[in-house]
Design a protein. Structure first.
Length: 100
């Protein structure tokens, strides 16, 4: 029997902050995630969806739920109906140094 991927089999309550202040989000790219190289090649600012859900290895609906609950470790800028994310903010949340 193949091993289950913990990133894609997590329950809804997993992935939330443990209360210690450090996020317990899955911070590694899964099957549909983005590699650190792909993240560093992102433009300076980009739309929230589909990049942020893929970067955290979570579904779109989970990303929007976490955002609405204030549980996402980034805060996108709202421009009208659009959510814009800065590359530096996403990389910092994922503990990846920004080389640009």
């Amino acid at each position: 029997m193949p091993q289950e991927d913990p990133i894609h089999t997590a329950t809804h309550s997993e992935g939330r902050s443990s209360g210690s202040g450090a996020p317990s989000w899955p911070l590694t790219a899964g099957r549909n995630g983005l590699s650190p190289q792909e993240l560093e090649e992102l433009p300076v600012a980009f739309p929230f969806d589909p990049v942020v859900p893929r970067a955290f290895g979570i579904s779109r609906s989970a990303a929007y739920r976490a955002l609405a609950a204030g549980e996402l470790p980034i805060t996108p800028l709202r421009l009208g109906r659009r959510l814009i994310v800065r590359r530096a903010d996403l990389l910092a949340a994922l503990s990846i140094p920004d080389s640009k």
